[in-house]
Design a protein around this ligand. Structure first.
Ligand code: Y12
Ligand code: CO
Length: 172
């Protein structure tokens, strides 16, 4: 499976993802290919829509306290639903679909989600810290939203200017 990451302003990133209903070999292949792509790209989170599959799938690999990622820490989250959210926190976020741009974004501090694993088993997860932030960032992708849409008007304007310039410089 050959995947490429869609980058802003690609309109396909705006698609609303749909629930997975068949937990078959095809979904397992997609999950494995997404993990490979996330590792290659130095990412800690990836939603299926970022590789042009509008399905409610996200994967995460949160680094440990030394900043190292371990294959054992891979999380595969399918059809997630937030059932509880508490508090507020701010973290400087980045996104593989918005390369080179990082900005402080406000999120809920903790979230509880229900989701399914790759076999369709139902699970529940209480998340805090970076895991909670990453889940919310990736779930926004499933709703067709990017973190830059949470910026103030002034910051968004600044971003558009800088991002356009960066794309131009890359092409030149
Ligand atoms: C906290 C904040 C955001 C998330 C969502 C997941 N985001 C990522 O995994 C972002 C990865 C990323 C990786 C990049 O590549 C390298 O560092 C080599 C990158 O690089 C450039 O843009 C040039 C940008 C973003 C989870 C938790
Ligand atoms: Co992202």
């Amino acid at each position: 499976m050959n995947l490429t990451i869609l980058t802003y302003p690609d309109k396909r990133l705006k698609q609303i993802s749909k629930d997975v209903t068949k937990f078959d070999e095809e979904i397992h292949k997609l999950l494995d290919a997404m993990n490979e792509m996330m590792l290659l790209s130095n990412g800690i989170g990836l939603a299926a829509i970022q590789v042009n599959y509008p399905l409610n799938i996200l994967i995460l690999n949160i680094p440990d306290s030394e900043g190292e990622q371990h294959p054992d820490n891979l999380m595969e989250i399918i059809n997630p639903v937030i059932i509880n959210k508490e508090g507020l926190t701010t973290y400087q976020e980045g996104c593989l679909s918005v390369p080179g741009f990082y900005e402080d974004i406000e999120r809920y501090e903790t979230v509880t989600i229900n989701y399914q694993d790759r076999h369709g088993n139902t699970k529940s997860l209480d998340a805090d810290g970076l895991l909670s932030i990453a889940i919310q960032h990736e779930m926004d992708h499933l709703a067709g939203k990017l973190f830059i849409e949470k910026l103030s008007y002034a910051r968004r304007k600044k971003f558009e200017k800088e991002y356009k310039r960066a794309i131009k410089e890359k092409k030149a």
